[in-house]
Design a protein around this ligand. Structure first.
Ligand SMILES: Cc1ncc(COP(=O)(O)O)c(C=O)c1O
Length: 461
């Protein structure tokens, strides 16, 4: 077994170009190879088990081997493994999924464009925004405003909308016309003594100043995750979206809602926009749509937008689509996932489990000398570490305190994610048991203890 494992690791190092991984570091340390899943747990090739505290990449909402999703996928593979949705064709199952999504979406977003990845779903929103404005006589509305630390995907436009410098550096991105406003993170961006209300107002004012500087007539859309995930689990102040919405409405700018992480219960409501008081003109969903058992995503729009876009085809076909748009296997798994969510009474379940997680974190690590803030909604939480919590002073950027805790947690059988230097993400599958939530909290607390001497040294205390 060790030889096999070593040869597999060597093959991986030789051939496999890993996403979001430093390739030189990978040459030195090799892969962590996961071979099995069991509910909210995963197992590596050496037989070690881990609680997957991040549902993989904020996605495997029903764990790693849900029998009903496996069965639904297998049955569809046997019945009709592929058919497309171009040129009026469809499958029974793709049409069924579009209708189900259209019926459950908020804000009248009942028209559904099925895609494959989250990046495709967010980019599709940009195409729709451009086409919508052009059809209404404003083709010069092209710019898209997003937020620093927002994440909307890795393809060129999606990366241009992502306010994460690592997504831009190697490629000369963002593309022209993709501009950023401040992240609604009161903890890091708030001024001394500034209230949530004042902070939310300041951000709306900054947005309006940017719109006036750029020219409202040049701006198509504003894109936002209800709760920023990859940028460090940032929950905006209560007034933030209502204030932003008022500015966008005044200037005729569309609100694009990226629900790729927040959709399907994650924040304790069916969609994140309901949690934060956002009123989307379009919405992108993916990940929990199929629990990521199959790559499938969707972009949703209203009837009103549909009418404008349909007329803008001007007799030709809609110039967009992917080979795997509305893939029947993905659709079958997504429909089953939606059934399972309903049977689980998902919203009640996420709120209860989220409360247990929050309460456990507060109790076990809330007063740790290097924990600055514990935040989140439902089953998406962030822990912000700080060299000096009272002063909201982070660790030196190169130190990467969260990566240190993350590595220690992995050693203790817990998979998490480190972000933005000092932030740990926690986003477990909905099928995590109460006992596993307690174990997750316990392992995180022990991992923090493991690295406390190093944190103390870096903090200079
Ligand atoms: C909020 C958000 N939007 C979009 C994406 C891109 O999704 P994908 O990786 O499926 O293209 C992600 C991926 O993590 C995400 O977190």
């Amino acid at each position: 077994m060790p030889t096999l494992r070593n040869s597999l690791a060597a093959a991986d190092i030789s051939h496999h170009l890993h996403p979001r991984t430093n390739w030189r570091t990978h040459e030195a340390i090799g892969p962590q190879i996961i071979t099995r899943g069991d509910g909210a747990e995963i197992e590596d090739d050496a037989g070690r088990r881990y609680i997957e505290g991040m549902a993989g990449l904020w996605c495997a909402s029903l764990g790693f081997n849900h029998p009903r999703l496996a069965k639904a996928g297998a049955a569809q593979l046997e019945k009709l493994a592929f058919y497309h949705t171009f040129a009026h064709r469809t499958t029974d199952i793709a049409s069924d999924l579009a209708a189900r999504l259209g019926e459950m979406a908020p804000n009248g977003l009942r028209r559904v464009c099925l895609n494959t990845s989250g990046s495709e779903a967010t980019e599709t929103m940009v195409k729709f925004a451009w086409s919508y404005h052009a059809a209404r006589g404003q083709p010069e509305r092209r710019k898209v405003i997003s937020r620093n630390r927002g994440f909307h995907g890795s393809t060129i436009v999606a990366a241009s909308m992502s306010g994460l410098p690592d997504m831009h550096r190697e490629y000369g991105l963002p593309l022209p016309g993709f501009i950023y406003v401040r992240c609604p993170d009161l903890y890091r961006e708030g001024q001394p003594g500034e209230s949530e209300k004042a902070f939310a107002q300041r951000l709306a004012t900054e947005l309006e100043e940017m719109i006036e500087r750029e020219g409202a007539g040049s701006i198509a859309a504003f894109i936002a995750e209800p709760i920023l995930a990859g940028g460090g689990v940032v929950v905006p102040p209560a007034d933030y979206f209502p204030n932003i919405q008022a500015v966008l409405d005044k200037h005729g700018i569309l609100m694009l809602d990226d629900e790729v992480v927040c959709g399907f219960g994650r924040t304790g409501n069916w969609f994140g926009c309901e949690t934060v008081g956002m009123r989307p003109d379009m919405m992108a969903v993916a990940k929990a749509l199929s629990s990521s058992y199959f790559p499938i995503s969707a972009t949703l729009i209203s009837d009103e937008m549909y009418e404008v876009l349909a007329d803008n085809h001007k007799g030709a076909a809609f110039g967009h689509g992917f080979t795997n748009s509305g893939h029947p296997v993905g659709a079958a798994i997504a429909l089953e996932a939606l059934d399972v969510y309903n049977e689980l009474d998902l919203i009640t379940l996420v709120r209860q489990k989220g409360e247990r997680l929050r309460e456990g974190l507060e109790r076990r690590i809330g007063s740790h000398p290097f924990v600055g803030q514990i935040r989140g909604r439902g089953l998406i939480m962030g822990v912000e570490l700080a060299a000096d919590p009272a002063a909201r002073q982070g660790f030196p950027p190169a130190f990467n305190s969260a990566a240190l805790v993350n590595a220690a947690a992995f050693e203790r059988g817990l998979a998490l994610r480190s972000m933005m230097g000092d932030i740990l993400g926690i986003c477990p599958p909905y099928v995590i048991t109460d006992e596993q939530i307690d174990q997750l909290v316990d392992r995180l607390a022990l991992a923090l203890d493991d690295v406390t001497p190093a944190l103390r040294e870096a903090a200079g205390s």
